[in-house]
Design a protein around this ligand. Structure first.
Ligand code: TYM
Length: 331
């Protein structure tokens, strides 16, 4: 059976970008067709300045939202990265096959390190090695496919390189995985800044739809989205990024084809109204199930405990074998 692994970082509230780019595929497709693991990658949240209490809160919230979005713990494994030691153990071994040049070429490292410096902070070493820990997440489970949004594709490519290099040097310990992207919604843009990705944190948040936003907040954000000059509704990322983003969001929420949708609109107003409604439709059940799960905190903790046990049992032998392969004396 195909093995699928993916993760989400608890550095902010989950967004519509996370949902359309990744979570929706996990819920609607991967958990039914594959042996799938989904992980709240809390260790990755420590790579930038963080508040311990907030990381703890956001980790539980992310896990709760994944269940609310429809991940079924009977069908897939949902767990927290730091609960399974194998991720950090394997990350170190992979640091011994990765190079610093490779790390410095990663787009996310370049962008985030600039941001940290602009804020007057220093860049944590773990921000540089971030993609190695991500590679460890994936390789520890002999993963075949990694369903992610477009921004993570480069990290998965690096994971492939590290797996191939390791296998070549030390024998075939790892499966070489591949990234999969959703047909629409692989790159949802900020509603106020359609040239930038909709990320978890942005100063005002006016261009970000969070999964827990109330319906009137969603409507306001969509109706105030920056459209393009002119009146045409066309699917053209280069020339009409604002309108194209709305078409992609509407298509992602309804399962329609964004190019075909474009032909159905003659005004931005109507497109925005339908997009707001479609987003609300998608988020309503998630919000409702989230509220029910928050009231039953013990249930979420139990799911995570069981998930970590299952994950540990899968990763342990793979990582032990890699330790032996590189020449470490078995304990
Ligand atoms: P993270 O937490 O930033 O995002 C989680 C998932 O959501 C996707 N995504 C988007 N997709 C479309 N449009 C957007 N605006 C958008 N924003 C986010 C991301 O591509 C991702 O699939 N490094 C990863 C977490 C990670 C991971 C892993 C993923 C750690 N280990 C192993 C896969 C496998 C990250 O920061 O995702």
């Amino acid at each position: 059976m195909t093995r699928v692994f993916s993760g989400i970082k608890p550095t902010g509230h989950l967004t519509l970008g996370n949902y359309l780019g990744a979570v929706r595929q996990w819920v609607e497709r991967d958990q039914y067709r594959a042996d799938a693991l989904f992980c709240v990658v809390d260790l990755h949240a420590l790579t930038v300045e963080h508040d311990p209490a907030r990381v703890r809160r956001l980790s539980r919230q992310a896990a709760t939202l994944l269940l609310a979005a429809g991940l079924d713990p009977e069908r897939c494994t949902v767990f927290v990265q730091s609960h399974v030691d194998e991720h950090a153990r394997l990350s170190y071994l992979l640091e011994c096959v990765a190079t610093d040049g490779e790390m410095r070429r990663m787009i996310q490292y370049k962008e985030k390190s600039v941001k940290e410096r602009e804020r007057g902070g220093s860049v944590r070493l773990s921000l540089l090695t971030y993609p190695v820990l991500m590679a460890a997440d994936i390789l520890a489970y002999r993963t075949d496919e990694v369903p992610v949004g477009e921004d993570q594709t480069q990290h998965v490519e690096l994971t492939r390189d590290l797996a191939e290099r390791f296998n070549q040097r030390y024998g075939p310990a790892f499966v070489v995985p591949r990234a999969t992207n959703p047909p629409v919604g692989a790159r949802v843009m900020d509603l106020q800044e359609p040239g930038a990705k909709m990320g978890k944190s942005h100063e005002s948040g006016a261009g970000i739809i969070y999964l827990l936003d109330e319906p009137e907040v969603v409507r306001r954000k969509v109706m105030r989205a920056l459209a393009d000059s002119g009146r045409e509704v066309r699917h053209d990322r280069e020339r009409m990024p604002g309108v194209t983003n709305l078409l992609e969001i509407l298509a992602g929420c309804t399962g329609a084809d964004p190019e075909k949708l474009a032909g159905q609109y003659t005004s931005y107003g109507a497109l925005k109204k339908d997009t707001a409604e479609a987003v609300e439709e998608v988020l309503r059940p998630v919000r409702e199930r989230h509220a029910a799960l928050v009231a039953d905190r013990g249930e979420v903790d139990a799911v995570l405990r069981r998930g970590a046990e299952r994950a540990r049992a899968m990763a342990r032998p793979v990582v032990d074998e890699a330790y032996r392969a590189v020449g470490l004396l078995p304990a």
